[in-house]
Design a protein around this ligand. Structure first.
Ligand code: PXP
Length: 257
């Protein structure tokens, strides 16, 4: 277990920690079923540039991250390794033996281009109530990826998961008044989650332009950001792409203090 001590305490920093999702480095590699680019090598570059953690999603269809990537990642990552997993029994079995420092349970369907929304914790209560303690027994931190919806937050708190990751994809994809409303939903959900005793992360669809208002939400401890950083890194390299994202998040610091 290599979890940094910061991962076990509410975030004292003036803006959330940045966890970089490296899935799409593997997407590029899998386009040719080749060895490069290596998501592990890239994760280490992201850590060196200031990432507070590394996130990977082992999908059932193995479209990007492969089993061996997770194991190599576990051996190499020195910050915090967060593994996203679905409720699929094969993926769950792999996750339990992965040695990851943190787990985020996500919905998954084969046709989707990317995770399309939060987990229906209310409908999946039975499977989650057995999974959460099994994941926690490994020593990993457990989070459920949920929409900013009070019923989902209440169900998560009842099940005893310590963290939620709020799905920011609807906010990220919206424009104008709808975007403002979606941001307000995230603000309200973060406050409600904290009142329920949950610790709050967020992610999905965040980029250099839309991250600051989310990073300003005071309850948020950690943001998980992947596609925009990997896309930017193709142009400017991993180091600059991660540092630019940290700078974009830091714009929120005065609002959180
Ligand atoms: N959080 C969760 C739970 C996700 O499934 C993903 C996508 O894998 C992300 C965050 C990162 O999303 P993006 O790649 O759009 O930044």
């Amino acid at each position: 277990m290599k979890a940094s001590s910061a991962a076990h305490h509410p975030n004292p920093a003036p803006f959330p920690r940045l966890h970089v999702n490296v899935d799409h480095v593997a997407t590029l590699r899998q386009a040719r079923r080749a060895e490069q680019p290596d998501p592990v090598e890239w994760a280490l570059a992201a850590e060196a540039a200031g990432a507070d953690g590394i996130t990977v999603h082992l999908r059932k269809d193995r479209r990007h991250i492969q089993d061996h990537d997770v194991l190599r990642m576990r051996a190499a990552v020195t910050t915090l390794l967060n593994l996203e997993l679905s409720l699929d029994p094969e993926i769950v079995a792999f996750a339990l033996g992965s040695g990851a420092d943190a787990f985020c349970v996500v919905p998954e369907n084969r046709q989707e281009v990317t995770t399309e929304g939060g987990l229906d914790v209310v409908a999946e209560r039975a499977r989650l109530s057995s999974l959460i303690p099994r994941l926690a027994e490994t020593g990993g931190l457990v989070s459920l990826f949920v929409d900013p919806d009070f019923a989902q937050l209440e169900a998560t708190a009842e099940l005893g998961a310590p963290f939620v990751e709020l799905h920011t994809g609807t906010y990220a994809n919206a424009a104008g008044d709808v975007k403002a409303r979606e941001l307000e939903r995230l603000v309200q959900a973060a406050a409600r989650g904290r009142a329920l005793g949950l610790r709050i992360n967020a992610g999905h669809g965040l980029d250099y332009q839309n991250v600051a208002p989310v990073a300003a939400i005071p309850e948020l401890e950690e943001l998980n950001i992947g596609h925009s950083i990997v896309a930017r890194a193709v142009l400017v390299g991993a180091r600059a792409a991660v540092q630019e994202m940290r700078a974009a998040m830091a714009l929120a610091a005065p609002e959180r203090s």
